[in-house]
Design a protein around this ligand. Sequence first.
Ligand SMILES: *[C@@H]1O[C@H](CO)[C@@H](O)[C@H](O)[C@H]1NC(C)=O
Ligand SMILES: *[C@@H]1O[C@H](CO)[C@@H](O)[C@H](O)[C@H]1NC(C)=O
Ligand SMILES: *[C@@H]1O[C@H](CO)[C@@H](O)[C@H](O)[C@H]1NC(C)=O
Ligand SMILES: *[C@@H]1O[C@H](CO)[C@@H](O)[C@H](O)[C@H]1NC(C)=O
Ligand SMILES: *[C@@H]1O[C@H](CO)[C@@H](O)[C@H](O)[C@H]1NC(C)=O
Ligand SMILES: *[C@@H]1O[C@H](CO)[C@@H](O)[C@H](O)[C@H]1NC(C)=O
Ligand SMILES: *[C@@H]1O[C@H](CO)[C@@H](O)[C@H](O)[C@H]1NC(C)=O
Ligand SMILES: *[C@@H]1O[C@H](CO)[C@@H](O)[C@H](O)[C@H]1NC(C)=O
Ligand SMILES: *[C@@H]1O[C@H](CO)[C@@H](O)[C@H](O)[C@H]1NC(C)=O
Ligand SMILES: *[C@@H]1O[C@H](CO)[C@@H](O)[C@H](O)[C@H]1NC(C)=O
Ligand SMILES: *[C@@H]1O[C@H](CO)[C@@H](O)[C@H](O)[C@H]1NC(C)=O
Ligand SMILES: *[C@@H]1O[C@H](CO)[C@@H](O)[C@H](O)[C@H]1NC(C)=O
Length: 798
Amino acid sequence: MRFAAFTSLAALVPALTLVAAQDGSAISATSVVSGVASSASVTGAASSVTSAASSTITSASGTGTSDSAASSASVNPLTEKPPAAVPSATGSPTGFIPTGALPPSQDLCSSPIYCPGPLLQAVQLAGIFEDSKTFVDKPTSKPESEVVDNFNRLGGGNTSNITYQEIVQFVQDNFVAEGVELVPADLGDEFVEDPEFLTRVEDEVVRDWLKQVHSYWELLARTTNSSSPSGAQCDGCVSSFIPFNESRVFVIPGGRFRELYYWDTFFVIEGLITSQLQSVVKAILENFGDLIDRLGFIPNGNRIYYENRSQPPFFALMVDKYIEAYNDTSVLERFLPLLEREMWFWKNNRTIEFTSPFTNNTHNVTHYKVDTSAPRPESYLEDYKTVQDAGESGLELNDTQKATLYSNIAAGAESGSDYSAARWSSRPTINLSDTIPAQRFLETAAQLPVDLNAILFACEQKLSAFYKISSNQTQVNATRANYWAQQAQARKEAILDLFWDPSKRFFYDFNTTLGDRAPFFTPAGFFPLWAKILPQEFVNESISIDQRRQNLQGVFSGLRYIIDRFNGTLPASLVTTSQQWDFANAWPPHTYIALEALRNVPDILGAGAQLAAENGSFALIPMHNGTNQLGQTQDSLPVQGLENQPGSAINETLAGATDPNNAAVELKPALNTGNTTSGESWRDELVRELANRYVASALCSWRATGGKLNTTDPAFQPVADDVLTANGLNASTAIGNMFEKFNASDINAAGSGGEYVVQTGFGWTNGVAIWLGGQLGANLTRPDCPPVIAQNTTPAEA
Ligand SMILES: *[C@@H]1O[C@H](CO)[C@@H](O)[C@H](O)[C@H]1NC(C)=O
Ligand SMILES: *[C@@H]1O[C@H](CO)[C@@H](O)[C@H](O)[C@H]1NC(C)=O
Ligand SMILES: *[C@@H]1O[C@H](CO)[C@@H](O)[C@H](O)[C@H]1NC(C)=O
Ligand SMILES: *[C@@H]1O[C@H](CO)[C@@H](O)[C@H](O)[C@H]1NC(C)=O
Ligand SMILES: *[C@@H]1O[C@H](CO)[C@@H](O)[C@H](O)[C@H]1NC(C)=O
Ligand SMILES: *[C@@H]1O[C@H](CO)[C@@H](O)[C@H](O)[C@H]1NC(C)=O
Ligand SMILES: *[C@@H]1O[C@H](CO)[C@@H](O)[C@H](O)[C@H]1NC(C)=O
Ligand SMILES: *[C@@H]1O[C@H](CO)[C@@H](O)[C@H](O)[C@H]1NC(C)=O
Ligand SMILES: *[C@@H]1O[C@H](CO)[C@@H](O)[C@H](O)[C@H]1NC(C)=O
Ligand SMILES: *[C@@H]1O[C@H](CO)[C@@H](O)[C@H](O)[C@H]1NC(C)=O
Ligand SMILES: *[C@@H]1O[C@H](CO)[C@@H](O)[C@H](O)[C@H]1NC(C)=O
Ligand SMILES: *[C@@H]1O[C@H](CO)[C@@H](O)[C@H](O)[C@H]1NC(C)=O
């Protein structure tokens, strides 16, 4: 009964009607069937809103088709396994699906179903699912050739004559539920309810929350389904999934991200190590090893449609964390040759020689660049629209330019910061309510990314170290160790030359079109400091230690001001663009990297008090030639919610001001930054403040979506059911969402914007929270969460 599961699930499709603005400014659900999906109410930062579980994007198909269906993107992964998304043709049951020019076929993606070609284009342009990723995650229910033949017969063999009804029927008849290639994994005896790190978390509310977050590993752990290893329902059936050894567990991010992801997993692993789940960490590393064996590099995730691109390359650093935590170098026997191979992929496929305009020195520098001239299969409709429609810019593209844009779109996805318009688009603010126009101007490959090069520097250093300590004497190889040490040294010189701006005291991406560093402050600039790359201003011993310390405080002066200005944690940029890697979105990896950048500051430079800030901490940001590190004036920066109004809690003019007679006395202490400890150094103070902001964002938004704590503290009693209901949540099943991203100005809310609806679950969010508990448990205090206000969610205006 191949179709039984599918049809019975189809019968369960909830009457879920969603109205979503794609920019995320207003996403809301009008009705939800109990036990299925929780829904969303995400609004802008102006009010304290619970933002919620999830919902689905109404994709614009040009013909205004379906706006109803239950996509698995709309299901909290912390609840029951979702029903399969079912295609819908309700909007236009008799119309023809859109057609258009086909992109060229792709060398690095050749499946006739899951890769660019007539079948994929027909299904995706029809927009029958809320999320384009749903279709490419559906295994076939018939042999591949039969599916292709069935497709070829649609419309009487004429692709411009296919109706919505036909395409919906085709998908129903030839595919099964997305994600059946994976099954929940049992973590077995290794999972303990009370891991040791909890004893280090002193606050009882934070501790109880982290204990629950720790338990979510059991919900995010997966293995490959042994009864149908590649999701295959029959001989010759296919899916896009790249299966792993069936005994090997891995951790998924959650939501629509239902497989193993590359850079997410570094942050997941930090949490898993803290949670004492060694064998899970090891299994994940082995799975990544398999991917390098297969491809020579690690793809974005284990799907064939990701095989043309990678993600920020953290594998060597994951191996290093494992070895450091467990003193088990035996893994190098397998991984050393694989790491060598992966590093050569970045050298051979992603590296260019570039001559610095500052020194005339030529460096090898790595950038994100993907060999493709077609839409990403999992975002086909969005990419197709971006490239084919001139839209409001009126800029028409010829075929060469279209191919380049497709490549830059994929390269943006490879960067992991998909999309930061500030970093990758030449028109970042062209339209603040639609993500597509700015994406038409993506120039990802023309940027030399500071974070990527810092990550590779760290990998090269580790690889060198691994060759010195490797697990058996055959592998110890001084030649290889020296080679990678030299590569790291050359990389460091490139980073200091191209990305370090001595006058602004910060690191920036380099824009090769501009021939200069990009003007935007983003957390990417913290990666070199995280990798312990220190410019001369801090290490040159001919400069006094006081001066060097002050120089270094200058580097972190922007961060200090941001903490004073906004309620939440570090935002992805200071430019509001509606993209998900720009203001006001704040992402777990960025907080982690900025914290580690601070913690990696040499003790001698991190010592001493904060600089006094009589005129507020903005005044401490070094100015040069009329501009500063943030690239903006105090007035041009985004504002903190409602706090600009008289009588508000934060006065931005005075934010961060200290008593002129005593720098240790803050006149307006920043909110939710933990408890000051006496004699704390400037470095430890910032670490404490930023760490507590992360906890505040993650804990308050979790509580606002139904998270319940075991405490008598009146401030942490559960949010009332009627409020949860009014905010579009299912009060009986809501257990609190760990969001993939936060809102830098509203700690009760999730982040918003971007190409897909906010996801929950969520691997790296949980990883960073648990890691913080383990590292800084004594410094974490329970936050002040603003009241959760009933939104009485109604459909948002278009
Ligand atoms: C359109 O498709 C229908 C079947 O769906 C077929 O009968 C008809 O001949 C087709 N017309 C053209 C012009 O291809
Ligand atoms: C890497 O470069 C090689 C040689 O040019 C090429 O064959 C291969 O397809 C590239 N791989 C990727 C994933 O781009
Ligand atoms: C780590 O392992 C090595 C070799 O097995 C051993 O010599 C060393 O003492 C171990 N270190 C720790 C901290 O356990
Ligand atoms: C040591 O490592 C090398 C290279 O990976 C491998 O070929 C060899 O079999 C290993 N030797 C032992 C004794 O494990
Ligand atoms: C770089 O070289 C050009 C041409 O040779 C020269 O004009 C310029 O002054 C040099 N710049 C630096 C920083 O040395
Ligand atoms: C860049 O890398 C290539 C390949 O490793 C090497 O041949 C070349 O000399 C390097 N260029 C510089 C400027 O280091
Ligand atoms: C496409 O447009 C660009 C920019 O105007 C131009 O340089 C290029 O020659 C054009 N290519 C084709 C194939 O028309
Ligand atoms: C890079 O510089 C060019 C030339 O000044 C500019 O037009 C473009 O907007 C910049 N690109 C990005 C992504 O900032
Ligand atoms: C070190 O590795 C290189 C190849 O990368 C090899 O040629 C050389 O023989 C190795 N040296 C030792 C001591 O194993
Ligand atoms: C100062 O800024 C102006 C205007 O942006 C620019 O033309 C000039 O080159 C800058 N001077 C220095 C020394 O950077
Ligand atoms: C902030 O403080 C400044 C200086 O005391 C004052 O002029 C301004 O009115 C205050 N703004 C608000 C919104 O309270
Ligand atoms: C920011 O924090 C203050 C103090 O807790 C609170 O009054 C305000 O509502 C918060 N603003 C937002 C948008 O969350």
